[in-house]
Design a protein around this ligand. Sequence first.
Ligand code: ATP
Length: 237
Amino acid sequence: MSTLDVRDLFVRYGKSIVAVQGASIEVREGEIVSLLGQNGAGKSTILKTIAGIVAPLSGSIAYGDVDLTAKGASRISAGIAYVPEDRGVFASLSVGENLRLGAVSRRDRQEIDADVEAQLERFPILRKYWSRGASLLSGGEQQQLAIARALMIRPRLLLLDEPTLGLAPIIVDLIFDVVQQLNAEGVTVLLVEQNAVRSIAISDRSYVIQAPGRVLGSGDARQLAANDEVVEYLGFS
Ligand code: ATP
């Protein structure tokens, strides 16, 4: 069983901006865990640090027995895929090329083809627009492409940053359904979301992050609802 264990994380941008201050987060295998909180609370920075995009000032990140704070630790080899908030789709490439790029670290050609097919089954819109330039896709379509591409590494742990931000309600429903489906297939999920109510509903546990990058509270839906500070901060009753 591989647990993601983030301990006492401190992250700074430059000399003066403290984005994460002592956050500790645990994601056990098989869970959906969400990071909730207001804009600028530090959620994305925590995810980026786990993904290896941003280096921590101090603290540790381990996934099972892999030390992700070690220099050059490969997230892909560890089975961790990351979907950034801006989706990171290559605008000048086609949908198909973007999807195949997700498998660039793999050599098992036949299985790659089977996985491409599986993603096209999961996201039919990507089959429809296979040859289309990715820049021509809507935000919701790009989000589906970004998730499909991340799945091409066959991750055990999927990091999703604001996957529903700015999307139409029907696509928001689809994305939340996909997250639950993936989890049922055995993928562990760490989700950063603005949509606290929806996220709590699908998560085993959530962490509520308050600026500058501190954990205000954590737990399952019942525990969060019983925490007055959390309820007041997230603004739901
Ligand atoms: P949002 O939902 O707005 O992305 P967040 O909770 O994910 O919010 P972060 O994006 O992690 O928060 O930002 C935490 C703090 O770090 C904020 O004060 C933000 O302005 C700052 N910050 C984020 N990225 C950078 C950067 N590249 N350079 C400097 N400061 C940054």
